[in-house]
Design a protein around this ligand. Sequence first.
Ligand code: ASP
Length: 440
Amino acid sequence: MKKVVKFGGSSLADAKQFKKVGDIIRADESRVFVVPSAPGKRNSKDTKVTDMLINTYNDANAGKDVTENLAKIKARYDEIIDGLGLKDFSLDKEFEKIAEDIKKELSLDYLASRGEYLNGCIMAKYLGFDFLDPKDVIFFNEEGHLNVYKTNKVLGQALKDHPHAVIPGFYGCDKDGKVKTFSRGGSDVTGSIVAGAAKVDVYENWTDVSGFLICDPRIVKNPAQIKTITYRELRELSYMGASVLHEDAIFPVRSAGIPINIKNTNRPEDEGTWIVESTGQKNEYVITGIAGKKDFCTVLITKSLMNSEVGFCRKALQAFEDNGINIEHMPSGIDTMTVVVHEKEFINKEQAVVSEIHRNCSPDTIEIESDLALIAVVGRGMKSMRGTAGRIFSALAHSHVNVRMIDQGSSELNIIVGVKNEDFETAVKAIYDIFVTTKL
Ligand code: ASP
């Protein structure tokens, strides 16, 4: 059994957290490949090292002297090194090199990546593991996407040669041999790539919560936790705004059939949440999760005999495409179609879209409504349960929430309801209560 373990910034914010991480790794000899983030916030007022580095880049770019910035960042690392008692180890040379590199060529990606790089150096020393620089083993192609083939080949071999290794998260090497980062939160992606290349059994993603919650704790106090979720369910929930893993972290492990286990560094004994391809395990509740977002618009297009007019939908949708507007959902009736779009994206272009729809397909009416919130109720168990939709709607009715739109995908993995922005929180609570609190 082999595992990749990725630790987020809050798990590595100071020496105390680092020690917890060390204990976790040493407690299980299958934890052979370690992917660290940069040190995160030590308290709510603190600044993440990655943000300090980005600020340093901005200052350098504005022609300011950044000696002070680098000294502050170094102090964060020195505190960790001292706290871990690593006597014969220092990052002095590394910081000299960073200062020189900045003078030679200023690069945002390079500077931002140093947070992970330096944390990786400390982690390798602390654990006695080998250090692999992602610049040598993770590759991007000309379009700036991951070069999957080259990465799997080179990284896969390197991991065979180094059976215990630390591989810093968040960056790799572009086609010109320069450091390139993933988007923010990208250490999740590195962990997944390492897991896929080494073909390990499990990718453990350690953070500061014991897995995913059924819904946003800002709306429902102490919501229950999700024990197992499939990749498809996760996709539905994160699309609807549940902030979970970095989106790109799914593909490398999913394609290699490796499950992800989200774990809590501060409560390692908790089982956490398992993310899997498919499972026969039943969830405690009919639904797996609830997520939602505010501020959508609906564009209701009507035309009598629309159902028998070939090409009507395509022509209507062309107006959205020509104006660069993403379509979120599209529930339709016999002589009506509704296009749901993001208010922010749409509002400035609404009249251009409306006139193009008129030109393209001469509808009878077009009605626009704004201030719509969408709520996705997701669950693989829904398709085999009678009355799930009925329960959602009666819960909403009892809470005096008016449902303005309903959309159920044919996969029956989710039901999407549209409500007024102002009813959003009440609606989420009502759905949570009916399925989880009262366990109906
Ligand atoms: N340190 C990077 C960030 O703050 C990457 C990560 O933590 O995953 O976005």
